[in-house]
Structure formats: C-alpha cells, structure tokens
Design a binder for this molecule. Structure first.
Ligand code: 3PY
Ligand code: MG
Length: 253
C-alpha cells in the first residue's frame, strides 16, 4: 500500500493535516514543504476546478504528503474524475447512511467490485499506463473518508463505520453545529458533547476517526484523545492571521 494516510492508520501514527482552500499550486507547494502528513484540497467550499486540483496535485507530488480531495458532493461521476487525475484519498461531505457509503465505495472500485468507469492508459493515476497492474490493484491505495456532519449522520455512525471500504469517519464541526441548531458555534457545549460521543462511537466501531480542529490546542487534545487524523488549520487562516498580525505589529504604539 502506497497511500500514506492508510499506512499511518495501520501503524497507528497520528496524521496531522492542513486544509487547502487558496486553490493554487504555488501555496500548495509551500504547505507541502511544511511536514504535514496530509493536505486537504477542497472542492466543496474553495474555488477549485478539476484543472486547479490537478495543478495542485502536481505541485505536491515530490513531497511525502498524502493529498486528499473533497468533492462538492459524493457523486460517482465526480469521484472518477478525481481518481483519474491521481487522488487516492477522498473526503466525502455530508454522508448520512450506510447505503450512501456503500454507493461511495462502489464509485471508487472498478467492476466487478464497483461501478467506477474504466480508464487506464489515459489517466495520470496509472502513470499514463505505466502501472501494469493498475486496474487490478489500484483499489488497495484508495482511502475513502466520509464526513459525519449532521444529526442524521450521528444516528448512523455504527452502520456507516461497518461498511467495508470506508477507511475513516471525519467530523465536520461547522456543519454539525448548524445541524444541531447552533450555527456558527462549534464550541457550544451541546456540539462538543455530540462530537465527544461521536468520536467515542467511531473508536468503538474500530475505524479511524478524524476531525477539523478549532485551534492548535484543540488539535493536540484530539490527537491525545486518540483521533487518528486531525486537520490543524487552513492555508487561508495562516495567511490572513499572519497578514493581520504583521500589519498590527508595524503600527506605531
Ligand atoms: C465542517 O466543519 O463542516 C467541515 O466540513 C470541515 O471541517
Ligand atoms: Mg462541512
């Protein structure tokens, strides 16, 4: 298995990630140098196209970091495009049932295991035909992560976690807060209680859990609590935070 995130899960090594929402290869390359275990390329809420995602994949290719893509929706046609350009790891938003999770797994597998459309010699994923065993073996390197981020999803954690081919369950605190009636308040005690319960149930179900941390302290606490993969922040947050701090530091006191 060449997937760095799957390997980290198998070796029980915590994986720290950084959200990429600037949608440019130049900043992705900078972030890839920083030593994160995974980078999340966001097709749901960032202005990404297949072309911008491809350019970012190419930019981070020389570095020992696992690129993870989030499509705008868990749809088979989008998933095959993301896989063909070379993403091996996917984070699917808004997953709420085992049936939906089964369809997502099928979308990542060639027949007869699934329904992924077949291209090999023309895809970057196969090294443009250079991998002789690509069609037979590529599923081994797929890491399918599903987002638990609604009240409906909370009810289905055990069923979703039991689906073979689901490699991890990731809590989205922003959407979960909204779904629980606390829009914009992921730190609300009701939301935090729901998150703690969800993480506990994912652990008991035997699948790696992940979460978008609210700050570095939250990230450290989640990792110490056994969460397998934590997003520590975003490229936009780093840039705007540093830009604001520098401007303030240069004001006459
Ligand atoms: C959320 O918080 O809703 C996300 O999707 C990302 O963490
Ligand atoms: Mg979300």
């Amino acid at each position: 298995v060449n997937n760095l995130l799957k390997t980290a899960f198998a070796e029980r090594r915590p994986a720290v990630g950084l959200w990429q929402a600037l949608a440019t290869p130049y900043t992705a390359e900078i972030c890839a140098r920083a030593g994160y275990d995974w980078l999340l390329f966001d097709g749901e809420h960032a202005p990404n196209t297949l072309q911008t995602l491809l350019a970012q994949l190419q930019a981070v290719a020389p570095f020992p970091v696992e690129p993870v893509a989030r499509p705008p929706i868990g749809e088979a046609a989008i998933i095959k495009q993301y896989l063909d350009i070379g993403f091996r790891s996917l984070l699917i938003p808004m997953v709420e049932s085992a049936t939906q999770a089964e369809r997502l797994v099928a979308a990542t597998r060639f027949p007869p295991a699934g329904i992924r459309g077949v291209a090999s010699a023309t895809s970057r994923a196969s090294d443009f035909g250079g991998q002789a065993d690509y069609l037979a073996r590529t599923h081994e390197d797929i890491c399918l992560l599903v987002q638990i981020e609604s009240r409906a999803a909370l009810d289905q954690i055990e069923a979703i976690a039991a689906v073979p081919g689901v490699d991890g369950l990731f809590i989205g605190p922003a959407d979960l807060a909204g779904s629980l009636g606390h829009l914009g308040q992921p730190r609300h005690p009701d939301v935090q209680t729901a998150i703690a319960d969800a993480l506990d149930r994912i652990r008991k179900a035997g699948k790696p859990s992940g979460i978008f941390a609210l700050d570095p302290e939250d990230a450290r606490a989640r990792l110490a609590g056994g969460v397998a993969f934590v997003s520590a922040g975003t490229d936009i947050g780093l840039l705007s935070g540093s830009a604001n701090a520098l401007r303030t530091a240069c004001s006459p006191s």
